[in-house]
Design a protein around this ligand. Structure first.
Ligand code: BG6
Ligand code: MG
Length: 214
């Protein structure tokens, strides 16, 4: 039985996944590195530094740790500019409805996002107070697909992993949920989430009762 729901943030609740893509694209273009939406899909759910390392595989140059850090900072500056105008209009279809229904049913909810910008985003979309627990990129040493972030969220919710449901748009996140021993719902398509047995295009396609019976 599902007693708690753990949501990823970027690409599940809010369309900041597109902002990440635009910021990485700007960085890659400036550095002359090949980058497209297919490569971008591999970055979903993965920490900033690990994402950059995936992008740099397409470069012929070698980068020092200092340079890698500078590039990651530069990307984050581009990204944070796009966050300035973020508001509730960027919520993804069905997200607010599901969250509101879960709240009415008194189901504990957590955010488990790899992002170090998660708290800023929650403030911008006015959902800071909605979640019982917020776990983000500042809480972990390992990035998804490691299950660490979900296990921390479950512990903070005081709910056993097997009684938690994860809602995720990334392959890394689905893998992490499986490794954590949790149930999951994928948000995406057969192309973006080939390994997600349970999947919808967005949260408007599922009722709260169905979600809780997965
Ligand atoms: C995840 C995104 O939520 O956060 C990734 O899916 C992103 O694309 C990661 O790289 C880290 O985000 P940030 O905001 O700390 O750079
Ligand atoms: Mg995501």
């Amino acid at each position: 039985m599902i007693k708690g729901v753990i949501f990823d943030l970027d690409g599940v609740i809010v369309s900041t996944d597109e902002y990440h893509y635009q910021a990485w694209k700007q960085l890659a273009d400036e550095e002359g590195i090949e980058f497209d939406r297919e490569i971008n899909n591999q970055l979903r759910g993965v920490s900033r530094i690990e994402s950059l390392k995936i992008i740099l595989k397409k470069s012929t140059k070698t980068y020092s740790d200092e340079k890698i850090y500078d590039l990651a900072e530069r990307k984050n500056k581009f990204y944070r500019v796009s966050l300035e105008s973020l508001d509730e209009r960027e919520l993804l279809p069905g997200a607010l409805e599901i969250i509101t229904s879960l709240k009415t049913k008194k189901i504990p909810m957590a955010i488990a996002s790899s992002s170090k910008n998660a708290k800023t985003i929650l403030k911008k979309i006015k959902l800071t107070e909605t979640f019982d627990v917020v776990t983000d990129g500042t809480d972990v040493t390992e990035t998804k697909p490691d299950p660490q972030i979900f296990l921390i969220a479950a512990e903070r919710l005081s709910i056993a992993p097997a009684e938690c449901l994860v809602v995720e748009d990334s392959e890394a996140g689905i893998e992490a949920a499986k490794r954590a021993g949790m149930k999951y719902l994928g948000i995406g398509t057969i192309n973006s989430l080939p390994n997600a047995e349970y999947r919808v295009k967005n949260l408007s396609e599922i009722s709260v009762d169905k979600l809780l019976s997965l």
